[in-house]
Ligand binder design. Structure first.
Ligand code: GDP
Length: 196
């Protein structure tokens, strides 16, 4: 897979510190503990590209990984961590909104949600902003291995129906880093966004 080429490029404390708005980037977002780091490691077949942590909300930096000189993966800080002060949350939301609206190189947003608790308020806010900005969204229902096949299909159907409410280009898929469910399907969507 092309994503095995991913290499750490830089960390940024804020979206305003991101460098050149050129080429193509795809952003990854999700609530803390949704399985975002694991998913990035799975997609890139690298054990420690994105740090998985046992302390939710610990990674507050934006991490940029380079695929080649024109393509980047952008790992956004996890959200929804109760202990984060309201002021910080507001700042983060404002700059995230601005990023989704203004970043020309941004081709799509991957939103990671635990298959057992999809579309929480902040997930919905984020997806609405992305759709508003005309961006396609890939909603990955993570930790799909936690549900048996029947329940998993049910959860997928339910989430696909819920996604219609956004009235935008929102693709919903199941994903598991543990069982490698949905990896190829997620890559197919990314390939399309990255012009691969
Ligand atoms: P992040 O905070 O969104 O980056 O989430 P992490 O990738 O650090 O994962 C949070 C927790 O969920 C960790 O304990 C992981 O081991 C677990 N986890 C992540 N992906 C999966 C998965 O596909 N299946 C299962 N069962 N657990 C997972």
């Amino acid at each position: 897979s092309y994503y095995t080429k991913a290499k750490f490029l830089m960390s940024a404390p804020d979206i305003r510190h991101l460098k050149q708005d050129e080429g193509i980037e795809v952003a990854f977002a999700g609530r803390s503990n949704a399985g975002k780091s694991s998913a990035l490691n799975t997609l890139t077949r690298q054990k420690n590209l994105a740090r998985t942590s046992k302390t939710p909300g610990r990674t507050q930096l934006i991490n940029i990984f380079e695929l080649d000189e024109n393509r980047r993966l952008v790992d956004l800080p996890g959200y929804g961590f109760a202990q984060v002060p309201l002021e910080m949350k507001k700042k983060w939301q404002a700059s995230l909104g601005e990023y989704l609206q203004k970043r020309k190189s941004l081709r799509g947003l991957v939103v990671m949600m635990d298959i057992r608790h999809p579309f929480k308020d902040l997930d919905q806010d984020l997806i609405f902003w992305a759709v508003d900005a005309g961006l396609p969204v890939l909603a990955l229902l993570t930790k799909a291995d936690k549900l048996k096949s029947g329940k998993r299909k049910e959860a997928l159907m339910f989430a696909k129906t819920a996604a219609l409410a956004f009235n935008g280009d929102v693709t919903v898929q199941t994903f598991s880093s543990l069982n490698k469910i949905g990896v190829g399907e997620a890559e197919a969507v990314l390939n399309n966004w990255f012009d691969l």
